[in-house]
Design a protein around this ligand. Sequence first.
Ligand code: HAM
Length: 425
Amino acid sequence: MTYQSVKGTKDILPEESPRWQAVENLVREVMELFAYREIRTPIFEETAVFVRSIGEDTDIVGKEMYTFTDKGGTSLTLRPEMTAPVIRAYLQHSLGTGGGVQKLYYMGPMFRQERPQAGRLRQFHQYGAECIGSSSPACDAEIIALAAHVYDRLDIPYVLKINSVGNERCRPRYREALRDFLTRVSERLTGESRRRMHTNPLRVLDSKVPEDIEATAEAPRMLDYLCDECREHFEAVRSHLENLDIPARVEPRLVRGLDYYTKTAFEFASPDLGAQDALGGGGRYDRLVEEFGGDSTPAVGFAAGFERLFIALERRGSRFSGHRLSVYLVGLDEPSRRLCLREALTLRRMGVSADCDFQQRSLKSQMREANKRGAAYTVIIGSEERERGVVTVKDMTTGMQETMELSLFRARFTGEDGGAKPRRD
Ligand code: HAM
């Protein structure tokens, strides 16, 4: 009997984890540069946390949640996203006391029972940020700048699409106009869109089915129905983005797959991703805190997928590979291997990553291993070196080989040899 990982889930193997760690570290660094602080919430929540916030008639709530009843009879759901849990925690722990703006970030696994394909998994990983407590369009622009900064640092090209989905004052009028339009073209819509046309017509615009997209090509645009407040907000966000040199394309059909948005909605698309082209997305959600029972508190946020970011990196042929081994020690006989083990520990205690062979392999296969592991240096010790009290050091980048005392080699990592410190990544 052999077992396989569950459909739509993936093991992150040792060869891949350095890339994950490197990107996670980069995300943390960027979040902290923008003065966001990390929040970690449980993997599961009471089901109601997601149903009301994301919206009953969305794909996520309607079809994709991993919901189960625990032995105590409580309905629980593996988190499909983080905005709702963050707002739950924000209220539970009164993080808004004092009235300031809370800038929170997170990263971790999310769960949605979607049809798996490239860039679409059932357990996937997001990082994201929520800025809670300000209605300023500058916050929308800052959140977008933060999301963009991660892609810029990784040299990933993107198209930023933005739209406004209005608020509770102007959206009802738009919803009516859209429903009237959809009624006129209902013959051409899929069954699901025909049903949603009554319950939640904006969702029809989010359909990815070609028939629906064609039938709604001439649908009225939310931007033409915005009230003054929403229009001014949208123009202000665009002007801030211009000021920050972030090009944005207005996409009047962009509604996003979650119901909590008000005013700004945005998405980062990658020209390299194909069908699942959304690298990340977000928007403003000024009503959510109130819907969760808190005081009226405006907020804006975004989330982005790690897996899609890796696909984009690969398509660009990026060599972003994260952590590499600094030193691989090669011992040619038993006493040398003992010395290698001792020296590996000395280097590790100095904070230099080091490893050695545990299989008594030949010089050739140990050198091959050092190469495979991406070691910056290989240190070779045999009986001759031991007799002379030296080691042979090979710089794996240049291929240069030299003989020196171990203490001198160590000094390279502390800068005590007076030279430039070698790479330790
Ligand atoms: P979302 O658009 O549902 O937004 O997800 C954000 C990103 O997560 C997507 O753009 C995509 O990169 C990634 N993603 C979503 N589903 C999958 C999947 N099945 N497999 C792989 N990657 C996936 C949200 O989750 C909102 N909470 C964003 C937000 C935060 N809005 C305001 N604050």
